[in-house]
Unconditional design. Structure first.
Length: 257
């Protein structure tokens, strides 16, 4: 029996696809031909590995190890030039690599798609939270609702322009002192942002609420914001400024000068 025919029959034998006559013929060959028997065992192990590969999720280290073994085997085969059934074994080995790589890529795609879906859902939730926050901050009938909206803004990790504008408007224009203070506190969380710092400095010149003025002056000192020096001097020189605010401004001026 020629090698190619024996190779095909061995594969069918392992798969249980041979008819009765061919099965008896192969079993006789295996019992009489030691080399054929060894190849049969190797083929069986390889084909079992291929079947199990559907449940197998190969890691990078395992894939690299397999590639190294395959490379060494190819070099060994080239040197010997007489390895039995070499073309068939290499085709099967290459098939395993492709199957393993296909599974790994498929798993990565599924995982990547899942991450994209999770990110999209998270963005949707953030947007819904932001819109709810803006609606509460715009509720002119309830100061407590506006404060709740500001408190939601304080939990945002990174405020966008729309949120910053809403907080700035509340800090400068809200008729309720508590809402103004809450908005100031929320904005102070983002004071590293240059736009927010500019808004806070500009607010120092606009504020007339003494409680908010004092809170702003204290924030300027914590920020070590020297650009606020001129505004502090104006507060001190303003005859209408309350004494407590002037004292705080003078203290801040000494610390920033």
């Amino acid at each position: 029996m020629d090698k190619e025919k024996l190779e095909e029959m061995l594969i069918d034998y392992i798969d249980g696809k041979l008819n009765e006559a061919d099965r008896i013929l192969i079993e006789r060959e295996l019992s009489q031909n030691e080399k054929a028997y060894r190849v049969h065992e190797q083929l069986r192990e390889v084909m079992n590995a291929m079947e199990k590969s559907e449940k197998f999720e190969p890691g990078a280290r395992l894939k690299a190890s397999f590639d190294n073994l395959l490379r060494e085997e190819i070099i060994k085969n080239k040197a010997a030039k007489t390895v039995l059934f070499q073309p068939l074994m290499l085709r099967i080995a290459a098939g395993i690599v492709l199957v393993m790589a296909g599974i790994a890529i498929g798993n990565w795609i599924n995982s990547n798609n899942q991450r994209k879906a999770e990110i999209a859902e998270l963005r949707k939730q953030v947007e819904e939270t932001k819109q709810g926050m803006l609606m509460m901050m715009d509720n002119q009938q309830s100061a407590s609702q506006r404060i709740q909206g500001v408190n939601v803004a304080m939990r945002i990790e990174k405020a966008d322009d729309e949120v910053v504008r809403a907080l700035a408007k509340a800090m400068n224009d809200d008729p309720n002192t508590n809402v103004r203070l809450a908005a100031l506190e929320a904005l102070s969380k983002f004071h590293q942002d240059r736009t927010v710092r500019k808004i806070l400095i500009q607010s120092l010149a606009q504020q007339k609420d003494p409680v908010v003025q004092i809170a702003l002056i204290q924030l300027m000192v914590r920020m070590k914001e020297k650009e606020a020096v001129k505004d502090l001097e104006n507060i001190i020189d303003d005859a209408e400024t309350m004494k407590a605010v002037k004292d705080e401004a003078y203290s801040g001026l000494l610390k920033l000068s």
